[in-house]
Design a protein around this ligand. Sequence first.
Ligand code: FEO
Length: 168
Amino acid sequence: MLPKKVETILNEQILREDYSSQLYLSMASWAENNGFEGVSVWLYAQAEEERVHMLKLVRYINDRDGVAVIPGINTPPTDFGDIFVMFDQVLAHEKFISGSINEIVAMCIAENDFTTQNWIQWFVTEQIEEEASVKTIIDKLKLLGKNNLYMFDRDILSMRGGGSAAAE
Ligand code: FEO
C-alpha cells in the first residue's frame, strides 16, 4: 500500500509527464511548420517517450493499490520563437522535471517507502540521460550557429535513427 503522501506526489508527477508530452508535441508541430524536419522527428519521439513515462506512473500507482488520477490537458504554448530559444526551454523543462523526481525520492525517504524509492530510480537515471541529450543538442546548435541550421537539422534527424519516429 502506498503512503498517501507518496500517492499524491506520484499523481502530481503524472500531470508533469503528461504536460511534458503535450509541450514537446506542440514544439514538434512548431518545428515542422518552420522547416525543421529533423528537430520535429526528435520532438515527436520525445513526446511519445513522455507519454510512456506518464503511463509507467499510472500503472505503478494502481499496482500498489493507489488510485492514479488521469489529468486534464493543459494547452502548451504554440510559438517557440526560434530554435535556440526552444531548446533552452527544453533543457529548463527537463531540469524542472529532474527536480520534481528528486522531490519524490525525498518524500519516499520521509515516508519510509523504500519500494517506491527503489522503483523511482529508473526516472532518476532517465533524467540524467535526458538532460545530457538536450545539452548535446544545444552544444551542436552553438557550434554550427544560425548560418548552418540546415546541417543542424540533418544531424538531429540522425539522432532518432534517420527519420523513423520510433521511441522507447
Ligand atoms: Fe519524463 Fe523528460 O521527463
